[in-house]
Design a protein around this ligand. Sequence first.
Ligand code: FES
Length: 349
Amino acid sequence: MSDALEPQPDTEPIKDPGLPEHLYRPQDVDESQARRTERQISGMFIVAALLLVGFCFGYVLIDDDQTFLGWSAQNFTFGMTLGGALLLMGVGIIQWAKKLMGDQEMVEMRHPSASSEEDRVAVMKDINDGINESGFGRRPMIRNSLLGAMGALGLPTLFLLRDLGPLPFGQSTTVWKKGMRLVNDVTGTPMKPGDLEVGQLVNGEPAIVYEVDDEGHPVLHGTELLQVKSKAAIIVVRMRPEDITPSKGRENWGIDGILCYSKICTHVGCPISLWEQQTHHLLCPCHQSTFDLADNGKVIFGPAHRPLPQLPLGLDDEGYIIAMSDFPEIVGPSFPEFARDQKKLDDKS
Ligand code: FES
């Protein structure tokens, strides 16, 4: 230990300026001042201990429903006592370190961090001895079979990955088919054109989601129900027919201004329903992709690359709105196998 660094040899490019002169604190030179500081710090710690005892009394003595200045009296007491105690302990410890603990500057020169040459030679010798004694190099059959077994340890991981969910292959269709009714996704009631006013948007599902069998049990349940609901979710909107500009082949996909689109964003699959009825725009809340529902679900803003898939609509004999087919495009986000699956759909139609 020294007050300043040792003078450096002249070969150093920059001279070490050393440490500034050590300044003694009042507590270092005046014993009565040191004792006063000691009493102050101890006082803080004692008050902190009393506050912690007060915390316990507060817990026992104050009712849950008592208030103080509009706050819960119990919470107020807890906050003041525990917070005050921690504050005093922290201040006391800092004062102790700054005013009473030794503050002599110490210098410890750096040493090379590498092991000595002898240690390194000894370690390499031990490793080589271990390899030779184990026969790892002499018995290639054992060595190679062990390496093979260790490599095979990765195989179970692949199978565990499979548990993350269904593979994305063959996901190109939904349960929608010709004649399936559109139902309100809250009430489960089939929709008629008169149920929608111009400017209105309704969230829907295929009727099969609410169907029951002869014994009154739901036709779909569990994981299958969830998968069907998530893939086939739709939005149904009504606009003035003159505002709609259907592309070629879609002229009869709507009913008197009522159009139906997938509710699943084609970017990464968030459900969409932020509808701006004046502009006919539908905004995805996740990354702000915006689709023009009057213009075939075209993307007009944001990271989505594909228009929102549209479901062709018709009416059944009882006047309920039905699908005229499945979605002609894949719903949801575009996976790498999208192009292949889309080709399959195109070939089918
Ligand atoms: S999921 Fe809709 S914009 Fe990203």
